[in-house]
Ligand binder design. Structure first.
Ligand SMILES: Cc1cc2nc3c(=O)[nH]c(=O)nc-3n(C[C@H](O)[C@H](O)[C@H](O)COP(=O)(O)OP(=O)(O)OC[C@H]3O[C@@H](n4cnc5c(N)ncnc54)[C@H](O)[C@@H]3O)c2cc1C
Length: 634
């Protein structure tokens, strides 16, 4: 019987090996991996809290920064670490890599209202732009698009100028610490392998797709190459200026969120306490000593309780959530707090310096004919990966303007998504329901795709000079904060974007697009009626009025002497309080912000461990046992 089984298994594996390129077999294997994604996930149980409980560290927010720092702190066995998260477990739509769209505007999304300035974004139905934010274990790492990017070395050298210790060599160490690279094409090349690691928790992959998608990758990357955007093996390696297929934070059909890679494997540590549906409303600060000593929390039961921190409170509630919480706790600009009768404990520029990667999308009409719809039929075979072909690049612009933006860093990140003909209803839905753009604009966009394939070519401004601000709307912790995103407040941003658009429009002059009669779709852009199409004035109007967010807000609790936290992420003037999330970034990195935020979490944990080395030694002796015995609630 055993022999028969093993013979059968060998035969089956031989068949799989021989037929591995058969699309049906690939599909079946992919479905099997999906079944693992929706099987019971084993997320952490919620620790039942009671009023008055004490911990060593209380971390607020289980997102990219919070879950990372909390998990690493719990490696110190004598530290009692509590992680509080306002949301619950990630649903299957989070775990399955392709279903991120289902989370938008759902109960798993904070969906903060983010205001555009009057006169900006006239195609946004309500003057707001969608920025999103995951409300669940893993935070936005559980809801994002999973593109993996780390930024340019020069970004971190710039951080290092205001916050010593954050230079490229140091942060590369932490990027490697968090990364589990599974892409052998990169690992086999020693030149690239140096920049990667296989020993970290966060799985990074670049799965091969079906043959049709691979052809699309070739067409797009080949066209970019003709324009001077060099083809690279990858854009997280030794060179960054160029294009390639993207790396993603998913592998084997599961999203590599911080909930998946940090919390799930370590949830059973006896000193690690994770409580879900626990919404922190205030950090408690002693007004005499200016020390943070605890938090007020609303539990799922409706009980409002107080918890105490022996060592530190760490705020990781994200770029909008963290400044809101600090301001509610009396840390923020006096001019914001006083009118709301909030006692100012520390007058710091909390909420200022808000910056975001703004995005302008061109629609390129490509090959004509319903046969291109075949591509859309292949989407179900790619559910365990990114569902449509995506290409990415970084490039610099050459005009005299660009020297204001630094010398070697990319100015622009480029993403291209191809859709076959007949995806018009999906485009319309995404444009209207997700991005909340106006009817005539969305109709004109979807019309372009009725019987032609389209490329949605998104240009992202990596180093905006414009700044917005997060303020409190009221002193009620359950009111959304007032978030002004501030796009194009600085006209240099607009000039650079116009230059980028004019450069990318030329993609229609490359061989592939010429062959298929490629052209830029003329969309019905509200606010630009009457302007001559293709002029600088037209593209400026187009950019200002169709601008969107790549959902990368950063900077509201910036590091630096004149910022909110110091280079060790300690809040100025307040003891026992740190911030560990995307809000501490002084300037946006060149690329997506999830990996940089996890890197911040990793580095923060090491800094905290260093800061309390003496205490660790001390806690390893008798005193700790005494402390534990006196505590009656574990
Ligand atoms: C839709 C979307 C797409 C994106 N796509 C990409 C991408 O493809 N690649 C990429 O690199 N980056 C992407 N990003 C950005 C990236 O995910 C974020 O920059 C990063 O996750 C931010 O991490 P964070 O720790 O600062 O905040 P978050 O990960 O958002 O964590 C904040 C956590 O705090 C919790 N919280 C907030 N307030 C409270 C409170 N009062 N009490 C308790 N808990 C609270 C939240 O529920 C959340 O879990 C995307 C973001 C979004 C929203």
């Amino acid at each position: 019987m055993m022999l028969n089984l093993s013979a059968f298994a060998n035969k089956f594996l031989g068949f799989v090996q021989k037929e591995r390129d058969n699309p049906w077999l690939k599909w079946a294997l992919r479905l099997l991996s999906l079944s693992s994604a929706i099987s019971p996930a084993g997320w952490p149980d919620s620790f039942p809290l009671k009023d008055g409980y004490k911990f060593d560290f209380i971390v607020i927010g289980a997102g990219s920064g919070g879950a990372t720092v909390a998990t690493r702190l719990s490696e110190v066995p004598h530290w009692k670490v509590l992680l509080l998260e306002a949301g619950g477990d990630p649903p299957p739509a989070s775990v399955i890599p392709s279903l991120f769209g289902a989370l938008v505007h759902s109960k798993y999304d904070w969906d903060y209202p983010v205001e555009l300035d009057p006169g900006t974004g006239q195609n946004h139905a309500d003057g707001k732009v969608y920025v999103g934010g995951g409300k669940m274990l893993g935070g936005s790492s559980s809801s994002n698009l999973q593109v993996y990017a780390r930024g340019a070395p020069e970004d971190f050298d710039q951080w290092n100028e205001v916050a010593p210790g954050w230079g490229w060599d140091t942060v590369l160490h932490y990027y490697k610490k968090l990364e589990h690279m599974t892409d052998y094409s990169v690992l086999q090349n020693p030149y690239n392998a140096y920049y990667h690691s296989t020993s970290g928790p966060v799985a990074v992959s670049r799965p091969t797709a079906n043959a049709y998608y691979e052809k699309v990758h070739e067409q797009v990357l080949g066209s970019w190459e003709e324009m001077g955007i060099k083809r690279l093996l990858e854009i997280n390696g030794p060179e960054m200026l160029g294009g390639s297929r993207s790396h993603f934070t998913f592998a084997n059909g599961r999203r590599s969120s911080t909930a998946e890679e940090y919390l799930r494997p370590n949830k059973d540590r006896p000193n690690f306490y994770i409580t879900k549906y626990a919404r922190v409303t205030k950090v408690l600060i002693d007004s005499m000593t200016l020390r943070a000593y605890g938090v007020r929390v609303l539990l799922e039961t409706g009980d409002m309780i107080t918890l105490y921190a022996n060592i530190e409170v760490i705020v990781s509630a994200g770029t909008i959530g963290t400044p809101k919480l600090l301001m509610l706790s009396g840390i923020g600009p006096r001019e914001v707090l006083e009118p709301l009768n909030i006692n100012t404990m520390a007058d710091l520029p909390v909420g200022k310096n808000l910056q975001d990667h703004l995005m302008v999308t061109l629609v390129i009409k490509g090959q004509k004919g319903f046969q291109t719809a075949v591509q859309n039929l292949l989407i179900p075979t790619e559910l365990d990966a990114f569902p449509i072909p995506l290409q990415a690049a970084f490039f610099r612009l050459n005009s005299s303007l660009s020297k204001h933006y630094g010398s070697t860093r990319p100015h622009i990140q480029l993403f291209n998504n191809r859709l076959g003909a007949t995806a018009a209803p999906a485009i319309l839905f995404g444009c209207r329901a997700t991005a909340n753009l106006v009817r005539e604009y969305c109709y004109s966009m979807s019309e372009a795709n009725v019987y032609r394939e389209v490329d949605l070519l998104s240009l992202i401004l990596l180093h905006p000079k414009s700044r917005g601000q997060v303020r409190l709307r009221s002193s009620n912790p359950f009111d959304d904060p007032l978030t002004e995103i501030g796009y194009f407040r600085n006209m240099k941003d607009l000039a650079l974007m116009v230059e980028a658009i004019k450069f990318m429009v030329k993609v229609t002059e490359t061989s592939y697009y010429r062959k298929v009669g490629g052209e830029v779709a003329r969309l019905a852009v509200r606010g630009c009626e009457g302007l001559v199409y293709g002029t600088d004035e037209y593209w400026a109007c187009y950019a200002v009025n169709t601008v969107n967010s790549l959902a990368h807000p950063v900077g509201t609790c910036t590091m630096g002497r004149d910022g909110v936290v110091d280079e060790r992420l300690r809040v100025h003037s307040i003891k026992g309080l740190r911030v560990v999330d995307a809000s501490v970034m002084p300037v946006s990195p060149s690329g997506n912000t999830n990996a940089p935020t996890m890197m911040i979490g990793e580095k923060a944990a090491d800094m905290i461990k260093e800061d309390y080395t003496e205490r660790i030694d001390h806690m390893n002796n008798e005193n700790v046992r005494e402390f534990s015995q006196n505590d009656d609630y574990y």
